[in-house]
Design a protein around this ligand. Structure first.
Ligand code: C2E
Ligand code: MG
Ligand code: MG
Length: 540
């Protein structure tokens, strides 16, 4: 039997192991969940920045068209003032002005430029006629280049802080201008990462290298926005999810770990062990002699099943036969015992027609239509007569059910000896015994035990004996341990059979057969002593 300490150790170890596995599982799940969360946040972020970029682009486009339709003379004070008012009302623009041949002629910030000598070239020229500049030095803010767009002779400069306000570290973004689907012109705004080319212009969510990307493109195919984040930042951002998952994984693991020993011991439950033992033919059968009380000679044997469980405990048949009955597989025990008994005693039974082996059968056997055919088959195979095989049926089984009575009748018709076991403990009544056609009653050992005391059970014994005699039933007395008990029954003039430790304990077949041989040798010797060979016996 596993000690309490061993069980506790098993419980702790399995809890730790499974909780660790759970935590690892939680980590993997948490990791996956955190990535999913980041992907979705990145996607939302790309979308938000894209919408903002589209809004600023459409404002700049409208602004440029308004400027080109200016009613004032080019770069006049009135026009510069007009542009300043327009810029003042705009949301995304920092400055505006006029530009011809790449030269700035006037702007809202510097006014008219009398020395427009620097010639700027655009970084991109779009099909809609706009040209993009990133190098207009006069408009640099905090030493950062700004994005300017020219249409016709007007240009606008974006406020670089528009995009700064979109920053949401640790996420980054980059806006890519395209002139046809999937055709990249150049970077407009944002950080300049080494973003894989195909991710810049295609709506995808991707995990490349150690970075997560999400790209969203404008419907008019003017540009795409790629948001990205390093994997480390992504996981750090969602660490709480990982922690929650790890915690949950460990908790579930711990619960499961605690359940494991229970599941294990369930698997090791008596029922499961018993089923395994029966299937493996690991039950054994011992045989206890039943003697003729008047002579002490062995005339029968009772087959008793034995089982040592997986923890090396000897489990009492009172316990495990009951479990098998409750769980509906006691028939398998009966079959096993019969097989063993016929294997162990086949030859003896064929050689000694007067000797008998009795097996115990259960209520379920009596109700099982396969029982008698099974009995016949095994007896045929062993070439043993039904006369040499008796059955013992506990009184309570037989009391009420008609089907039990019918089976008993059939057994007796076939020549089997049928005894009512543990007689006196159940529903015995004279009428009941009258109805039931049996050969013998086995008086329960509780009565035997009471001999020599003034218990009520003792006072019933003479009545039982008389009743049995009247009904022509043999009496077998169980549990005889002392000479006093044996003498009590020997005083009766009935031919009583007795079973008990006084005559022999249940023993393996080999020992029993040896006992039989020794007894035979003793009887032969006795006979020879009484009637020496050659002696003439004269009878008057
Ligand atoms: P049972 O059929 O009444 O068997 C007699 C029981 O009394 C046996 O217990 C036997 O070992 C015990 N016994 C014999 N002589 C003495 C004695 O002098 N003193 C005492 N105190 N006990 C004695 P066991 O083997 O433990 O079996 C208990 C019960 O389990 C049996 O009672 C029977 O009802 C059941 N059983 C045993 N083997 C089988 C089997 O193969 N099939 C079925 N269905 N039941 C079985
Ligand atoms: Mg019995
Ligand atoms: Mg009994």
């Amino acid at each position: 039997m596993r000690t309490l300490f061993q069980r506790v150790v098993v419980a702790i170890v399995s809890t730790i192991v499974v909780a660790t596995a759970g935590a690892l599982g939680g980590y993997v799940l948490g990791h996956a969940y955190a990535l999913r969360q980041t992907e979705s946040r990145l996607d939302q972020y790309a979308n938000r920045v894209l919408l903002e970029t589209i809004a600023s682009t459409s404002e700049s486009r409208a602004m440029l068209e308004t400027m080109n339709g200016s009613p004032y003379q080019l770069c006049s004070d009135a026009e510069i003032e007009y542009f300043r008012q327009l810029i003042f009302q705009s949301q995304y623009l920092k400055a505006a002005g006029r530009m011809r041949n790449g030269q700035i002629e006037c702007s809202t910030t510097s006014g008219r430029n009398p020395l427009a000598v620097t010639r700027y070239s655009p970084v991109m020229a779009r099909q809609d006629g706009t040209r993009i500049y990133k190098n207009l030095a006069p408009f640099r803010v905090d030493d950062q280049s700004v994005v300017a767009v020219q249409l016709g002779e007007s240009f606008i400069v974006y406020n670089p802080y528009n995009f700064a306000s979109l920053a949401a570290p640790p996420m980054h973004f980059t806006a890519t201008a395209i002139d046809a689907p999937r055709h990249r012109m150049g970077q407009m705004i944002g950080d300049s990462p080494i973003v894989p080319e195909n991710i810049l212009t295609r709506e995808v969510k991707a995990n490349v290298g150690n970075t997560l990307y999400a790209t969203r493109c404008a419907k008019d195919s003017s540009g795409c926005l790629t948001a990205y984040i390093s994997m480390n930042d992504a996981l750090a951002m969602n660490r709480k999810y990982s922690m929650v998952f790890i915690g949950l994984g460990a908790a579930f693991g711990a619960i499961f770990g605690l359940l494991c020993p229970m599941l294990y011991s369930r698997n090791k439950s008596v029922e499961q062990q018993l089923i395994r033992a029966i299937r493996a033919d690991a039950l054994s059968v011992v045989y206890q002699p039943i003697v003729e009380l008047s002579t002490g000679q062995i005339v029968e044997a009772e087959a008793l099943v034995r089982w040592t469980d997986e923890y090396k405990n000897n489990v009492s048949p009172d316990v495990f036969v009951k479990i098998a009955e409750e769980k509906g597989f006691v028939g398998e025990i009966t079959r096993l015992v019969l097989r063993h008994a016929l294997r162990d005693f086949g030859a003896t039974l064929r050689a000694r027609p007067s000797f008998r082996i009795n097996i115990n059968i259960a209520a379920a056997d009596l109700a099982d239509s396969e029982f008698i055919p099974m009995l016949d088959k095994q007896l045929n195979e062993a070439e043993v007569s039904p006369r040499n095989l008796g059955v013992e049926i506990t009184e309570s089984y037989t009391a009420r059910q008609q089907v039990a009575r019918n089976t008993i009748l059939r057994l007796r018709q076939r020549g089997h000896y049928v005894a009512i076991d543990d007689f006196g403990t159940g529903y015995s009544s004279l009428a009941y015994l009258h109805d039931l056609s049996v050969d013998a009653i086995k008086i329960d050992k509780a009565f035997t035990k009471a001999i020599g005391t003034d218990a009520v059970t003792v006072s019933i014994l003479p009545q039982i004996l008389t009743m049995a005699e009247t009904l022509g039933l043999r009496v077998v007395v169980e549990g005889i341990e002392t000479k006093i008990q044996a003498d009590y029954f020997a005083a009766s003039d009935q031919d009583i059979h007795a079973q008990g430790w006084l005559f022999g304990r249940p023993v393996p077949a080999r020992v029993f057969l040896q006992m039989l041989d020794e007894e035979e040798a003793r009887l032969t010797k006795q006979a020879e002593e009484e009637f020496p060979s050659g002696a003439i016996v004269v009878t008057s």
